[in-house]
Design a protein around this ligand. Sequence first.
Ligand SMILES: Cc1cc2nc3c(=O)[nH]c(=O)nc-3n(C[C@H](O)[C@H](O)[C@H](O)COP(=O)(O)OP(=O)(O)OC[C@H]3O[C@@H](n4cnc5c(N)ncnc54)[C@H](O)[C@@H]3O)c2cc1C
Length: 816
Amino acid sequence: MPTPTLNLPFLEPNAFSRVGVQRTTFLVDSTSRFVCNTWDEATAAVGTSTLENAVAMFDAIIIGAGMYGAYCAHQVWRRGGKVLLLDAGPFFLPEHGQNLARGLGFEAPGAVLPESPEAQVTRNQVWGIPWRGNQIFPGLAFCVGGKSLFWGGWSPRLTDDVLADFPSAARAFFARTYERVELQLGVSRLNGAGPVRGTGFIDETGPQGLTAVLRNAIGSFITTATIPASVQPPEIAPVAAQGDNPTSGLFSFDKYSPVPLLTEAIREDIERAGGDDTRRNLFLVPSTRVLRVGVTDAVADRLDVFTDGVRKSLAIPPTTNVVLAASCIESTRLALESFPTPEMGRNLMVHLRSDFAARMPRAAFPGLKTGFIETAALHIPGRTASGGRYHIQMVGGANRENNGEAVWFRTVPDPDMLEGILRNDNPDFVSVVLRGIGEMLGVKDNGTPDPNVSWIDLSPERDEFGFRRAFVNLKTTPPDDALWNEMDEAMFQIAERLGNGGTEFWVNGQWTKTRHPAGRLKSEGGIRDALGTTYHECGTLWMGEPPFPSPTDARGRFRHLRNAYCADQAVFTRGGSANPVPTGMVCARATAAAITGQDVPFAPEPGFRSILDFPDRVATTPPGWRQLGSGFFRRHGATVEAVGGLGLLVFTAEEFENFELRLQWRAPTIRNNSGVYVRIPASRLSSVNSALRTGYEIQIDNTGERPGDASAFPQEFNNPFHQTGAIYPVHDSPSFPDPNGSPTTGTIPTRALGEWNDLQITVAGNSIRVRLNGFETLAAGTYVDQRNTYPRGHIALQNHFKGQGVQFRRVRIREI
Ligand SMILES: Cc1cc2nc3c(=O)[nH]c(=O)nc-3n(C[C@H](O)[C@H](O)[C@H](O)COP(=O)(O)OP(=O)(O)OC[C@H]3O[C@@H](n4cnc5c(N)ncnc54)[C@H](O)[C@@H]3O)c2cc1C
């Protein structure tokens, strides 16, 4: 794998000065400095990194800025969250390589054994293989965007029967999200009533076009049962490249990668923050390899990284979520290295992949138009009698050589070149490429080192950082072999039937009517790819639901940890035959929704109404609330977090007299000084000082700190009038009476740091009752203010400089 090098602070022309833009003899790097930050820049922007003082810095630290990590980061940010996105590689290309130009060499290298000398060096600029295994692999693209800069774009959904094996909460999310992801990818576009599949650059020449002719021909074989019964009716090809504009108002885009999405989001974020890094919500730090995630008491609390040539650590508060998105094999390695459970690494699946080129006489297609034939593409699903899944990707044209895909990937719009290719077409033949993708079934029961099933484990060999590499064992089982045979047979038969006796296969550099030998790898003259070459590894951290054991839940959260997720293909319960990207994007989106608290929309209890809501995903202040004083509340999804102070976020829209207020709060550290105010009179909102001295403050401070008296330590702490759940009595308003009896003493009924606490405040007449997580917190159960000093007023949340990072959500009220 490539050696991380990051020299941002020391750039040309003066090697010791910091400049914005790097210049080489040939190029001005006009992008990366405007998008990326160094580790030090990003971590400095959120506060200190020692555990004692750790503040609630990010909602998510995402490891890997590839297909899913970049998308997940964008999703968390778009939902109002604060994100640090880390990638082991550099900022390499600003978008999919095929959108730039073919022939630049931005392609995946061939597959080699991970132990071989070729695998020990960086290939094609960014490709490396950090694991060991029993198969050949092309490896990983270590760069921002990862494999998304290279991928093919075939994007079918998982079929319902495959999804039936996923947890029910995941199924519900899939049902409502696949369509949105397809629009995002460019597989479909909005057209009038709804999304329409089809990308506009594949043959749409009507009933005489090649797509329609092939589709009708295969459809008729199925009804006359002349091909294997497992072949299902062909469908429109689901390809993630949009030739037309996807919806009115948007430009068309070409092959999808999340990098342009991420770039735009970062620039928007910088602009919104007015260039102040402490106010930014999205940081991308490349060339930073995460070595291990530290865990204490079921909380991910430390990240060890190698960045800018140096090893560094970052303390993580429990309110920050760590998301593994380093691609299935490396995410599994990180999980095994950092917080292993016995299930992890089992259930490894890849795809059983075969392909060949064939050609048929044009005469076999009497309905086909004369003259040029545009590229055609079809998706042909297959389902075996035992429920196994495969699909065949079929691409066709009339190319003179053996290449039915000749025009397929040429996205640079050059009509002259296209015409040249088409003019050169073979007038007598239609050529096709058939690519079969078969489902491998994962084995969850047998772990390592059973050589007869597939799994990932840690190898004994250590990498350059001293950590154990992953070892990948791939092996088909008898049901996999049966499915592979059936899929290959279906592909051959489809090709033969289409040619009506005249089909020829491209074997050993020539056209022949004899099929390739059955059951063989390409290296043996057959049509099969080796198992490690598909890039579709999945399943090793699969999501499941009780009572069945599984490493992750329906949102990719590690079941044994409070704040760690996986958001890549490793969480697939079952792989099906579908290429993984749309499914992986749905999973990454589900993780983002869970992290930002927008997973399941919150519904207040009957009789209650929610008063702290955001109208959309970008608003920074909830409607009806106003900030008084210094500091502010930072939005994190549906949550607000206290920053700096002293200040108050006041619900100025209404005053309340008798009511029950419910809300949730949590804190990243024990030094969590904040509070919830009730009945602040409207007349006292002219300044924060005036507001702070009025109303009643229900205190949040687990240390019960008595401010301003450091000499009194340890008496400075555990003061019952200052502890969480008390009604804070230090008012300098002369009319404010002492509380009746002392508020809580003894253990405060708060939940573990990072977990949400339920606070219930009932205010009626001259009495106040406080319940925290179901426990009464006031000594006498109820506090009675004999004078009823503040009979009505506003509700407010306090941001106290000592309580940096206290968060609030789900604020709802019922008037009584
Ligand atoms: C040539 C090609 C064709 C393909 N065709 C298709 C297709 O048609 N349809 C389809 O669905 N799929 C296809 N794929 C597969 C698809 O691209 C992958 O499934 C997808 O990109 C996986 O996304 P990922 O985020 O899991 O991994 P990646 O996109 O590989 O991203 C992983 C990222 O993690 C980073 N990383 C790794 N380790 C660390 C670490 N320790 N610390 C920090 N960062 C780390 C890497 O640098 C990388 O950027 C194809 C892939 C290739 C290469």
